[in-house]
Write a protein that binds this ligand. Structure first.
Ligand code: ZN
Length: 426
């Protein structure tokens, strides 16, 4: 079910045939209007969608009944316009749970259909050292706790989205290859759904950069920019590419693997087994190696501390003017600009939004990156492209995972007919 929505979103909507299909499509049309605007009157919805006013009233009545929209009083159109009763997206009883599992952490973002954040949390976790079985058990525990918290807040999750730094077979929910987690052919959706037992929540898995790009496109610093690229800044570097307002997925859903652009054939070995990939130049490990060469070996505690903590440590050193760190960040910034120029030459984005540790260190990294980008992009004057730091922090991917669940619900609100999702008390 969930996969169909993504396919539909990527490939266009087939003409509705049956009455039920038509109604589902129309309910979705109305909900999309309300997602994209704070509130709308029935008459406005009819004007914009081209649906008959009586049909819109009927659809809104059903959505009110399901508590997916609510009345928000009257709007006055013009000085002498007739007052119109407006409705807005509601769905406070319907939750969407987004998770991210990455090299040093698990992130959680639970919200309701209208975007109200119910749970937001981040847990440091050594995913590589734990192996896939223990990691999935931990992910199941964290998800279970989040679901309980959401239930207590009255927003029962209708689905779970999981972001993974990996090539993901979205249709099957299988992590095909996650070099930095050392996971191969892992049926994550089935395993997580199984770990959650009788809840039977649908689980959708997708690449972390794609989901972070979705969050950026929806609510980030470059929200609504139709041509943009998002870069994750973790141990690995992934790209989510938005072209004409849509995520570019490629033939098999594997596009955007910019971290493995071979930028230096004589370079260091990458987690993917190749040499000189872009992420060996700009990933957090690369920066740590040059910025903190001694301390990285002396460090006590868990072998893979949370990247956010490590980025904060480097930021403190940079703010204090540590010359070694400043040189290391300048070098990484130049490599960031070089790779960014390849991305800009290929996709002509207006903005390259950088997340993760790139955002934490943006004030030191981005000036170098921008200079190098402008030096190397072929069409630099005709096609300006700028780097911008994400303000969604390290939580962008889990936020995007929750957005994906909401998009699926908005694409097909009739999936909420499941009695489990109806409120216990009216
Ligand atoms: Zn690689």
């Amino acid at each position: 079910m969930a996969q169909e929505h993504l396919t539909r979103a990527a490939g266009g909507t087939a003409p509705p045939t049956s009455h039920a299909t038509l109604r589902r499509a129309n309910l979705s049309l109305v909900l999309r209007q309300l997602r994209d605007h704070v509130s709308r009157s029935r008459a406005d919805i009819a004007d914009v969608t081209g649906l008959h006013r009586a049909t819109v009233s009927n659809l809104v009545a059903e959505l009110l009944d399901r508590r997916l929209v609510r009345e928000v009083g009257t709007e006055h159109v013009g000085a002498v316009g007739r007052p119109r009763r407006a409705v807005a997206l509601h769905g406070a009883h319907v939750g969407a749970l987004g998770l991210e599992i990455n090299v040093g952490h698990i992130s959680v973002h639970g919200c309701d259909l209208s975007g109200r954040v119910v749970v937001e949390r981040r847990v440091g976790f050594d995913t590589v050292g734990s192996g896939p079985d223990r990691s999935l058990r931990r992910l199941g525990l964290v998800a279970g706790e989040a679901i309980e918290a959401m239930q207590r807040a009255g927003a029962v999750p209708a689905g779970i989205g999981v972001a993974v730094p990996a090539l993901v077979d979205v249709a099957r929910g299988v992590v095909a290859l996650a070099p930095n987690l050392e996971w191969y052919d892992l049926p994550l959706a089935d395993r997580l759904a199984g770990a959650l037992g009788p809840l039977r929540l649908p689980v959708t898995v997708d690449n972390d950069a794609n989901l972070a790009a979705l969050a950026e496109y929806t609510s980030g610093v470059a929200a609504g920019t139709p041509h943009m690229v998002y870069l994750t800044g973790e141990v690995g570097v992934g790209g989510g590419i938005v072209v004409e307002g849509r995520l570019l997925r490629g033939a098999d859903g594997f596009s955007g693997e910019v971290g493995h652009l071979p930028v230096d054939p004589a370079g260091a070995r990458c987690g993917c087994g190749r040499y000189g990939c872009w992420e060996t130049k700009v990933g957090l490990e690369a920066l740590m190696r040059t910025a903190l060469p001694e301390r990285a070996h002396e460090r006590a505690g868990p072998p893979v501390p949370d990247p956010e903590e490590r980025a904060a440590e480097i930021a403190a050193g940079l703010a204090a003017g540590d010359p070694r760190m400043l040189e290391a960040v300048a070098r990484v910034g130049r490599w960031l600009g070089l790779g960014g120029s390849i991305v800009a030459n290929l996709f002509n984005p207006r903005v390259i939004v950088v997340g993760g540790y790139f955002a934490t260190l943006a004030e030191w990294l981005l000036p170098h990156a921008q200079t190098e980008l402008e030096r190397l992009v072929v069409a630099r004057h005709a096609a300006p492209c700028r780097f911008a730091a994400s303000d969604l922090g390290f939580g962008a991917a889990s936020r995007g995972a929750a957005s994906m669940v909401i998009n699926q619900l908005i694409d097909d609100p009739t999936t909420l007919m499941d009695p489990l999702l109806r409120p216990a008390t009216p």
